[in-house]
Design a protein around this ligand. Structure first.
Ligand SMILES: *Cc1c(COP(=O)(O)O)cnc(C)c1O
Length: 219
């Protein structure tokens, strides 16, 4: 079955990868389904998409267990801020968390991964624009925080994630994120949304998080 929004974005991902001289398989599309319910999500699953992103634990908990009965191979990514008191639910529900951004959250996730014996793919969120209202570790503290995640909490961090400031050219932010990842030996970059995923892929994104270009504008 064809889903036009999904098809457009998948074509866009392939085109951006090829333009950057990269293999399209090196980029994973996360379909961001926040605010959308089963009737909007099912056609995207039926069109073949298996990797989805949600930004709130409670919303994901209400929607996804029922959908996963029909499609157990779905991979769920948490892309929104995590409170440490929701770590148990998040580790149980999600396959990846993109928003590890402070010691308390790192500690809570580490404890739950051990307790539930469930491996997760983990990303540290970096506040590349140093925006006071935005989550993420300050770029200057990223190296030290990554060491702490590994040495103190025993976490295996796969990569970095950022959300550039809305009003700015995202490219310098993508480049900064790639630099921090490179010097810390991290291979995965979660960056790029509906408006800028092609630029993110040109800068090395391995995961792009795309919502409205697939599902339409959110109400
Ligand atoms: C909502 C959201 C997205 C997707 O945004 P679109 O502009 O709809 O593609 C990506 N990343 C995060 C962290 C989000 O919260």
């Amino acid at each position: 079955m064809v889903h036009q929004g999904l098809k457009n974005v998948l074509n866009g991902v392939v085109a951006a990868a090829q333009a950057a001289g990269r293999s399209p398989e090196s980029v994973t599309l996360i379909a961001v389904s926040k605010t959308f319910d089963g009737p909007e999500i099912v056609p995207v699953i039926e069109a073949g998409q298996r990797v989805f992103g949600e930004n709130r634990v409670q919303e994901a908990k209400a929607k996804w267990p029922a959908l996963k009965i029909g499609w157990p191979d779905i991979e769920l990514h948490l892309i929104g801020p995590l409170q440490s008191n929701k770590a148990a639910e998040a580790v149980q529900l999600f396959d990846a968390i993109h928003t590890v951004d402070r010691p308390k959250v790192a500690e809570a996730i580490a404890k739950e991964i051990r307790r539930q014996a469930k491996p997760l793919k983990l990303f540290v969120q970096v506040n590349t624009g140093r925006e006071p209202q935005k989550a993420g570790i300050d770029p200057d503290q990223a190296d030290a925080f990554l060491r702490e995640c590994r040495d103190v909490h025993g976490l295996d961090i796969s990569g970095l994630m950022c959300i550039p400031p809305a009003e700015e050219d995202p490219k310098p932010h993508f480049i900064l994120l790639a630099e921090i990842a490179g010097r810390n030996g991290l291979s995965q970059l979660s960056m790029g949304m509906s408006g800028d995923y092609a630029a993110a892929i040109a800068c090395g994104a391995t995961y792009v998080r795309v919502g409205s270009a697939i599902f339409g504008t959110r109400g």
